[in-house]
Design a protein around this ligand. Structure first.
Ligand code: FES
Length: 226
């Protein structure tokens, strides 16, 4: 984990792909599913968790939402990368990316890694889509059961408040075949990133308290509901 400075290079408010391009040192760039805590010089009381939506030569593309005050040239204080990110298996060949209740942007950098290892990728999403590589198949969330059965690795993005709906809607864990893997990025406010143990991001997993900010935000799906 590092501390450093970043700068907003450009913003993309009218695209679905990323909110901004942030310049920063390579060691600060979050891997897919990890995040930075970022704050500007304003009086905003709390730092903002920032996830990667892709790569750039001198920093990374940041997923929305970001504060509107972060305009090009704004300087940021950064801490991270924080938390556990996605770990796509090297042998994954059929990858499902599932944006359960929001935009798929936090899954886009993982999508690029999956394509780099020649996996077939299907993105499930009911919200607006960014421009995607032509080889990515897009399906609505209604196809979830079929795509989950097809995939040998699945990555979800869902809010903490959506977990019970996800579980009851899918009964997913019982469908996991031996050897298949599934992970879930759980979104929640993360004001301290584990520093102050504020508890805002708390989650119960199998009757134990977990902190999404440092035990996650990516969790093994099988462990969530076994
Ligand atoms: S954000 Fe404070 S403990 Fe997780």
């Amino acid at each position: 984990m590092h501390h450093g400075q970043g700068q907003i290079a450009e913003t993309f408010w009218k695209t679905e792909k990323a909110a901004a391009r942030i310049l920063c040192a390579p060691e600060l760039i979050p891997l897919p599913g990890q995040y930075l805590l970022a704050s500007d010089a304003s009086d905003a009381p709390l730092p903002v968790p920032v996830f990667s939506a892709g790569f750039s030569a001198d920093g990374f593309l940041a997923a929305p939402p970001l504060p509107l005050a972060w305009t090009p040239g704004a300087r940021l204080q950064l801490r991270g990368p924080l938390g556990r990110g996605f770990e796509i298996p090297n042998n994954a060949r059929r990858v499902a990316l599932i944006a359960f209740d929001d935009s798929p942007t936090r899954l886009l950098s993982l999508l690029l890694l999956a394509l780099q290892q020649n996996a077939a990728v299907t993105l499930l999403c009911d919200s607006a889509l960014p421009d995607l590589p032509s080889e990515v198949e897009v399906q609505p969330l209604a196809a979830l059961a079929d795509i989950f059965a097809w995939a040998d690795y699945a990555a979800f993005d869902a809010a903490r408040e959506s977990l019970s709906e996800l579980k009851s809607r899918l009964g997913l864990v019982k469908q996991l075949k031996a050897g298949d893997e599934a992970q879930i990025l759980i979104r929640a406010p993360m004001p301290c990133g584990g520093l102050a143990e504020c508890g805002v991001c708390a989650l119960t997993v199998q009757h134990h308290w977990k902190m999404i900010c440092k035990d996650g935000p990516v969790f093994d799906l099988r462990a969530m509901w076994d």
